[in-house]
Ligand binder design. Structure first.
Ligand SMILES: [Zn+2]
Length: 257
């Protein structure tokens, strides 16, 4: 085989790579009363259980960011889906963990290290209901259940409106504090509010994060930057047919925000 034939083979392989959806959930709980802001970020426990069972039935393997990374790099191929949870809500432990364990799936939950055992105080100005966040002990239970902890900064800061020194501090402290809580390296980051600039991508790389997720909507394709990973939101209103469209078709790929 000539070099160019090999090259062609490699590029065909890349082009044929199955797009990888990285799902993003927030709360796994019944939504608060009608009229409450951001009800879309609550997925009912029964709905979540149905979605995970459906993935399993169709032969998908749900993976944490650590386990997904080789697939994102193109080193492995398979029918895989990344599963992520933002903010570290206690209801992830109570409602999502048993379902994930039942189906043998792993996932990554991004915790806010300075607010363990407190609530989503950063949402208060928007009038969003306050919900308990996991304590350190609960994060360890999450990890014992085969799941992973990622970092979502120390105080859920908006990086672009923070001084660089503060952003760096927030990203570094979030990582080291969580590492001492769970007793494992924390190598995956999630930009709070999905807001970031190129300098924050550089900071994530310098701090040793292997992946960083955003709120840009798309599945991951061969060219995806591991420090700017787009995701697929799963919302309260996501019906099972739409859930399928988001995972198995280009539905989300065209919804870049
Ligand atoms: Zn968040």
């Amino acid at each position: 085989m000539t070099f160019s034939a090999i090259e062609r083979k490699v590029s065909t392989f890349s082009a044929n790579r199955r797009p990888i959806p990285v799902l993003v959930y927030h709360q796994i709980s019944e939504a608060p009363a009608k009229g409450s802001p951001f009800r879309s970020l609550y997925v009912a426990p029964k709905t979540f259980a149905r979605q995970i069972a459906w993935l399993k039935l169709l032969g998908y393997q749900g993976l944490s960011m650590s386990e997904l990374a080789p697939y994102l790099r193109g080193e492995r191929s398979g029918k895989v889906v990344g599963i992520t949870f933002d903010d570290g809500y206690q209801n992830n432990l109570t409602h999502a963990l048993p379902v994930l364990i039942k189906h043998g799936f792993s996932s990554t939950c991004y915790a806010v290290s300075g607010l363990l055992g407190q609530t989503n105080v950063w949402d208060k100005p928007l009038g969003i209901a306050q919900t308990p966040l996991m304590t350190g002990e609960e994060l360890r239970q999450w990890v014992s259940g085969g799941q992973e902890i990622g970092s979502h900064t120390h105080q859920h800061v908006n990086l672009p409106t923070s001084a660089d020194r503060i952003s760096h501090q927030e990203m570094m402290t979030g990582k080291t504090e969580l590492e001492s809580v769970v007793g494992q390296p924390v190598q995956h980051f999630c930009y709070p509010y999905g807001h970031y600039e190129p300098k924050h991508v550089t900071m994530a790389a310098e701090l040793g994060f292997v992946t960083a997720t955003t709120t840009q909507r798309s599945r991951c394709h061969a060219h995806t930057d591991l420090l700017q990973i787009p995701r697929v939101p799963v919302l309260r209103s996501t019906s099972l047919p739409v859930f399928w469209l988001k995972i198995a078709t280009a539905y989300e790929d065209r919804r870049k925000k």
